[in-house]
Ligand binder design. Structure first.
Ligand code: PRP
Length: 181
C-alpha cells in the first residue's frame, strides 16, 4: 500500500506476542473465569486473537468511549458512547486495548469500572506508548513498547480505515500532514 512508510510490527511478530500474552493470562488466572472488556473499536482485532489463546473460561463484553474523534492527537475529553451489557460486579476483569497513549482514556475507564466493584481489574494492551503519557497507568500485560509515532493497522485507524490490516505501520507524512499542522 502506498500509504505505508514503514512496517513497525509484522503480522508474525504480533501473532507470536499475542499468543504469549494469552498464555501468560491463562497461567495467572487458571480456572478463574475472566471477563474481557474490549474497548471499541481499536481493541476488537486484538480481543479476537487474544481470546483464542486464553485457556481460562472467558466472557467478553464491549465498551465504546470517545476521546480522539478522527484527529491524530488526544483531546483529553472522554465519554462513554456504548456501555457494557453485563454487570462486572465480583468478576475478574481485564480491559483489552489496542494502545495506551496519553493514558487519559484508561484513567477514566479505570475509575469508572472500579466503581462497579469487580473482584479484580487489570489492563492488557497490545501497544504501549509511554513517552506520551499524561497520567500514570498501571499496565499489567503489554505486547510492545512503541515509539511516539503515528501508528496504523491491527485495530488502529487512519480516518477509520486500515483497522483490518494485520500488521502495524507508520504512514507516510504526506497522508496526514494537513491534520497535525
Ligand atoms: C484510541 C485507543 C485508546 C485511546 C488511547 O482510541 O484505542 O482507546 O485512543 O489513547 P489515550 O491513552 O491517549 O487516551 P480512539 O479514541 O482513537 O478510538 P478507536 O479505538 O475507536 O479508534
Amino acid at each position: 500500500m502506498d500509504i505505508v512508510e514503514r512496517v513497525l510490527i509484522t503480522e508474525e511478530e504480533i501473532q507470536t506476542r499475542v499468543r504469549e500474552l494469552g498464555q501468560a493470562i491463562s497461567q495467572d488466572y487458571g480456572d478463574k473465569p475472566i471477563a474481557l472488556i474490549c474497548i471499541l473499536k481499536g481493541g476488537l482485532m486484538f480481543l479476537c486473537d487474544l481470546a483464542k489463546h486464553i485457556t481460562s473460561p472467558v466472557t467478553y463484553d464491549f465498551m465504546s468511549v470517545s476521546s480522539y474523534g478522527d484527529a491524530t492527537q488526544s483531546s483529553g475529553v472522554v465519554r462513554i458512547t456504548k456501555d457494557l451489557e453485563e454487570s462486572i460486579e465480583g468478576k475478574h476483569v481485564i480491559i483489552v486495548e489496542d494502545i495506551i497513549d496519553t493514558g487519559l482514556t484508561l484513567s477514566y475507564l479505570l475509575n469508572n469500572l472500579r466503581s462497579r466493584n469487580p473482584a479484580s481489574l487489570r489492563i492488557c494492551t497490545l501497544l504501549n506508548k509511554p513517552s506520551n503519557r499524561k497520567v500514570e497507568i498501571p499496565v499489567d500485560y503489554v505486547g510492545f513498547e512503541v515509539p511516539n509515532a503515528f501508528l496504523v493497522g491491527y485495530g488502529l485507524d487512519f480516518r477509520q480505515l486500515y483497522r483490518n490490516i494485520p500488521y502495524i505501520f507508520i504512514p507516510k507524512p504526506k497522508y496526514y500532514q494537513d491534520e497535525i499542522d
